[in-house]
Design a protein around this ligand. Structure first.
Ligand code: ADP
Ligand code: ADP
Length: 226
């Protein structure tokens, strides 16, 4: 579903990615882990073209990502970051509905989709009319995941999505995410600093260091290290 072939990227003289080869099959969750500055976020952003590569290519669903019209690529790829960046003046419902509305979905379809996503993420529907300022960190993060999944993209990019919450909330979010993934089977690229989170969520754990992939294994191979 996603292939990176010899992808490289530098910011000025700072090399962020040094010839990345990576394949993520449809429906699998690849977790990128490694020290701060090793290139995880940059790798993630080359997939949806938030970062333009200097060399190599990224293939999404059989086609180079540079060959998609930007709005088509956006429909294919949901994106979720730490701190979520919900629009503060929009309600929860309006926040989740942004992309489906851009895509011209009918309000009735959007309603059905939102109810299903809220249910899966463990938020009561009474939250739909709330503003982001009325939510806890963990609740906001759930809404952020719902928003990324709203238009049902086959690919989901998650950049430290649960990094800003307390450990107990984080654990709940991880379990909710695992349940959602079990049901929806998205192709996921998930960035984290947290080895336990990687082992819990990953089909493949991809370890990076200094712009390179240094290991790519099933999570079971790491469990003994904890
Ligand atoms: P991102 O992955 O979005 O680049 P990181 O999670 O790597 O962000 O880092 C978040 C912030 O914490 C950055 O501003 C970074 O400079 C800082 N940071 C992370 N690790 C360290 C460290 N070991 N020493 C100093 N600052 C750090
Ligand atoms: P990670 O997500 O693993 O913390 P990043 O992909 O954020 O790593 O960063 C990889 C390297 O690229 C780091 O050395 C970082 O300082 C640099 N970098 C990332 N984004 C930028 C940017 N917008 N401008 C300049 N350098 C950047």
């Amino acid at each position: 579903m996603i292939q990176l072939k010899q992808v490289s990227k530098s910011y000025g003289s700072q090399r962020a990615l040094a010839g990345i080869d990576l394949e993520i099959p449809q429906g699998e969750c690849a977790v990128l882990i490694g020290p701060s500055g090793c290139g995880k976020s940059t790798l993630l952003k080359t997939i949806n073209r938030m970062v333009a590569v200097d060399g190599g290519e990224v293939v999404v669903d059989g086609k180079r990502n540079t060959d998609y019209a930007p709005e088509v690529l956006r429909r294919q790829i949901g994106y979720c970051i730490q701190g979520v960046g919900l629009f503060p003046h929009f309600t929860v419902r309006e926040n989740i509905a942004v992309v489906p509305r851009l895509l011209g979905w009918k309000e009735r379809e959007i309603d059905g989709r939102i109810r299903r996503l809220l249910d899966m993420s463990g938020l009561p529907s009474s939250y739909l009319g709330k503003k982001p300022g009325q939510l806890s960190g963990g609740e906001s993060q759930r809404v952020g995941v719902c928003r990324a999944l709203a238009a049902d993209p086959p690919v989901l990019l998650m950049d430290e999505p649960f990094g800003a919450v307390d450990p107990l909330t984080r654990e709940k979010l991880q379990l909710a995410f695992n349940q959602i993934q079990e049901e929806l089977k998205k192709t996921v690229v998930f960035v984290t600093h947290d080895v336990e989170e990687a082992i819990l969520l990953a089909d493949r754990v991809v370890v990076m260091n200094q712009g390179r992939i240094v290991s790519n294994k099933a999570p079971g191979k790491f469990a003994g290290l904890l």
